[in-house]
Ligand binder design. Structure first.
Ligand code: UDP
Ligand code: MG
Length: 318
C-alpha cells in the first residue's frame, strides 16, 4: 500500500504559551477526521519567546512524539523568518501555515486539502474583516495593501493573510530562494500556479495580545514595498525631473526679471518655500535610495534569515 501523503502544519509562535495546548487540540480535532487520507506533522517555530513557550513545546513534543515538532530560534527574528524556517524544515507534500493564536480557524484544514486534491498548488485565504478586527488593524492593513499594489509590480489581494496551503513545488521555491529577506506574502502571488482563494472570518485571539507592534507592522510594510519593486525609485526619478524642469523655467524667469524688468524682489517666502519643498523631496528620495541600498547591503552580507538553537527536526537540507 502506498503511504498516505504527508501534510505539514507550521505555526510560528512568539510568546504564545497560553495558546499552544489549545492549538494542538483544535488542530488534532480536524486531523483525526482525515487520518484515513493524510498523515500530519505539526511544526511550531518558537520565535525567541521570553515566556514559557519553549518549555511547553518540549512537553508537547514528548506527549505527541509522533507528530508534534518544534524548531526554536536563538532570538526573535520576526514572523516572516519564522514562517520561512517552517517551510525550510517541513517535509510534507503539502504545507499549511497558520497563526498559533487560533485566529486562523482549523476548520479550514479539510477545505484546503480538498482544493489541493483538486489540483490547486496554492490555496490561500483572504480575511473578511468585520467590527471585531479592530479599527486600526482593519484600516492599516487596507491602506498598506493599497499602497503596496500601487507601488509594486505584484498584486496582493487585500486581507491576504499567512493562512494558506502550499504544494511541495511552491515550498521548494521558497526554500531555494536566495533572497535574504523574502517577503512571502508578495512571493506567493508572484510565483503563479493554480491558485484558489478562500474568504474567511478570523476568530478572536484565544489568549494574549497581538505580537505585531506598530514598529513590526511598519517594517513589514516597507520590506514588502521595497522587496517587490523598483517603482519607488522611478517615482523619485520622475519627481526629480519634474522639479528640475520647473526650476529651469523659474531660472529663466529670474534672469528675465533681473535683466529686462529690472525688479529683483525681496520675497523670502518663495525662496523659503522652494528650499523647504526641494529639501524635503531630496531627503525623501535619498531615503528611498537608502532603503534599497540597505537591502543590497543585507543581501551582500549573506546572513541567514534565522538561527536555530534547538530543534526536534533534522536541519534544513537543500
Ligand atoms: N509572531 C512571530 N514573531 C513575531 C510576531 C508574531 O512568530 O515577532 C507570530 C505570533 O506568535 C502569531 C503570528 O505570528 O502566531 C501572528 O501574530 P499576531 O497574532 O500577534 O498578529 P495579528 O494576528 O495580530 O496580526
Ligand atoms: Mg493573531
Amino acid at each position: 500500500m502506498e503511504p498516505l501523503p504527508l501534510v505539514s502544519i507550521i505555526l510560528p509562535a512568539y510568546n504564545e504559551a497560553e495558546n499552544l495546548a489549545m492549538a494542538v487540540q483544535k488542530i488534532a480535532e480536524q486531523t483525526e477526521l482525515l487520518h484515513h487520507q493524510f498523515q500530519f506533522e505539526l511544526i511550531f517555530v518558537n520565535d525567541g519567546s521570553s515566556d514559557q513557550t519553549l518549555t511547553l513545546l518540549r512537553e508537547l513534543h514528548q506527549k505527541h512524539e509522533k507528530w508534534v515538532h518544534y524548531v526554536s530560534f536563538s532570538r526573535n527574528f520576526g514572523h516572516m523568518s519564522a514562517l520561512r524556517c517552517g517551510y525550510d524544515h517541513s517535509r510534507g507534500d503539502a504545507v499549511i501555515c497558520m497563526d498559533a493564536d487560533l485566529q486562523h480557524p482549523p476548520q479550514y484544514i479539510p477545505v484546503f486539502l480538498e482544493k489541493w486534491r483538486e489540483g490547486f498548488e496554492i490555496v490561500y485565504t483572504t480575511r473578511q474583516d468585520d467590527e471585531s478586527t479592530g479599527w486600526f488593524k482593519r484600516n492599516s492593513s487596507r491602506y498598506f495593501y493599497g499602497l503596496m499594489n500601487r507601488f509594486s509590480d505584484v498584486h496582493i489581494e487585500p486581507g491576504a493573510a499567512d493562512f494558506r496551503l502550499l504544494d511541495r513545488k511552491v515550498v521548494n521555491l521558497i526554500r531555494n530562494s536566495q533572497e535574504s529577506d523574502l517577503f512571502i506574502r508578495g512571493f506567493i502571488p508572484w510565483v503563479g500556479f493554480r491558485q484558489y482563494a478562500i474568504p474567511y472570518k478570523p476568530d478572536q485571539r484565544f489568549a494574549g495580545q497581538s505580537k505585531y507592534t506598530l514598529r513590526k507592522m511598519l517594517r513589514l510594510a516597507l520590506n514588502g514595498i521595497t522587496a517587490f519593486s523598483v517603482r519607488p525609485l522611478r517615482i523619485a526619478t520622475f519627481l526629480g525631473s519634474c522639479i528640475s524642469g520647473m526650476a529651469f523655467l523659474y531660472a529663466l524667469y529670474a534672469l528675465y526679471a533681473h535683466f529686462v524688468l529690472k525688479e529683483t524682489v525681496q520675497g523670502w517666502t518663495s525662496v523659503l518655500l522652494s528650499v523647504l519643498i526641494i529639501g524635503g523631496l531630496q531627503l525623501l528620495t535619498l531615503g528611498i535610495i537608502g532603503e534599497y541600498l540597505g537591502r543590497l547591503f543585507l543581501q551582500a552580507k549573506g546572513r541567514p534569515p534565522y538561527i536555530v538553537q534547538e530543534s526536534t527536526l533534522p536541519p534544513k537540507t537543500t
